[in-house]
Design a protein around this ligand. Structure first.
Ligand SMILES: *Cc1c(COP(=O)(O)O)cnc(C)c1O
Length: 378
């Protein structure tokens, strides 16, 4: 099956009792058993739910994995994955990381004795020299947030394998429509399904897909034991969103390309971060690794101040000032004071995150309207 067909059919079959094309929302906490432990595959809804199963099979199909596990949020999925580690274990990850991931790593797992090294992962030499005998996990995010750098998944997965290290890729920004990390050698893929997968800014949801038995067994154990599971309604909404993933992302990418070009030629813009621009430092890698360049971009103003950025953002009318991304509507945000507010200023600046940096998530509106809105905001 090719990708667009998968978004409709992967792992899906009509519901048995009625033939319903979409899986019902199985709003139940428990399941009748014929005799103790004799049941139809479900005993308690923390452990499993048929609506969740339908979604898990879909996400596994999209990422080319044997299995997927769903969680109540992207960070809950991350939390469950990280619990595979033990005190003394070491993780190498990017210095241009989603703010919530940075907070989870440094405020929750570091105090429990897990060590992290944050490096510029576009430089393989830096990743290599960060590896120690204790390194158990390489945590990749690409394209990165909010600088849209592109990290070489295949090269890093190869390096990780040589050193017996597991690789996880946070694939939230690209979505499986544009990038499938397991095909490039990663061991697991993580999604904030809140973003492109669900796609309508109406649900918080997370997922991990993998063909690695040990990882999946651990995740099943975590859903059962720590219990950060999604409700059936949220699973239904996410599955419904996935059905239009291809058409939504494709339109958003077409819009993003036009906006990137417009910004790149604007006299008030300092620099534009978009992998689709030939001037992007990893443009060639992005062309190889991704099927297209995505619908996220960021840019700085020539007047590089928080005030200038805030002023610009309060002038937009179609772009909504909000955190999050990947929905049908275009959003605009200010990383230094919003998503990355939990990262100290010195750390932010070291990672190249300037005060005037503005991030936009391009939606599926008409590009002409989006460009006109940005134009009047300057
Ligand atoms: C939003 C996001 C997360 C966290 O997901 P939630 O669903 O908000 O918990 C993780 N990684 C990236 C790249 C994100 O954008």
């Amino acid at each position: 099956m090719k990708f667009n067909t998968k978004t409709i059919h992967a792992g899906q079959k009509p519901e048995e009792t009625s033939g319903a094309v979409m899986p019902p929302i199985f709003q139940t906490s428990t399941y009748a058993q014929e005799a103790p432990n004799k049941h139809k595959g479900y005993d308690y809804a923390r452990v499993g739910n048929p609506t969740r199963t339908a979604l898990e099979q879909m996400i596994a199909g999209l990422e080319g994995a044997d299995e997927a596990a769903c969680f109540s949020s992207g960070v809950a999925a991350m939390d469950a994955l990280m619990k595979m580690l033990r005190p003394g274990d070491h993780v190498v990850t990017t210095n241009d990381l989603y703010g919530g991931s940075y907070r989870l790593f440094t405020k929750v797992f570091e105090p429990y004795g897990i060590d992290f090294t944050f490096v510029d992962m576009t430089d393989i030499g830096k990743v290599e020299s960060a590896i120690t005998d204790q390194t158990k996990l390489m945590w990749i995010e690409t394209p990165t947030n909010p600088l849209l750098r592109v990290v070489d998944i295949k090269a890093l997965s190869d390096l990780a394998k040589e050193n017996d290290i597991l690789t996880v890729v946070d694939n939230t920004f690209a979505s499986p429509y544009l990038q499938r990390p397991l095909e490039l050698g990663a061991d697991a893929v993580l999604h904030s399904a809140t973003k492109y997968l669900a796609g309508h800014s109406d649900v918080i949801h997370g997922a991990v897909a993998s063909s690695n038995k040990e990882i999946m067994e651990n995740l099943r154990f975590q859903t059962k034991t720590s219990g950060a599971v999604p409700g059936p309604m949220d699973c239904y909404l996410t599955l419904r969103g996935i059905k239009t993933l291809s058409v939504r992302v494709q339109r958003s990418v077409e819009n993003a390309k036009q906006i990137a070009e417009f910004l790149d030629n604007h006299p008030k813009v300092g620099s534009v971060n978009y992998p689709g621009l030939p001037s992007h430092p990893q443009h060639e890698l992005a062309s190889r690794q991704m099927d297209d360049f995505g619908a996220m971009l960021s840019f700085t103003l020539k007047d590089d101040s928080i005030e200038a950025a805030v002023n610009f953002m309060s002038n937009t009318e179609i772009f909504t000032l909000a955190e999050s991304l990947g929905g049908v509507e275009s959003l605009i945000s200010h990383p230094a004071s919003m998503t990355h507010g939990s990262i100290p200023k010195e750390v932010r600046e070291k990672a190249g995150l300037q005060d005037s940096l503005i991030r936009i998530s391009v939606g599926i509106e008409d590009a002409e309207d989006l460009i006109a809105d940005l134009d009047q905001a300057f």
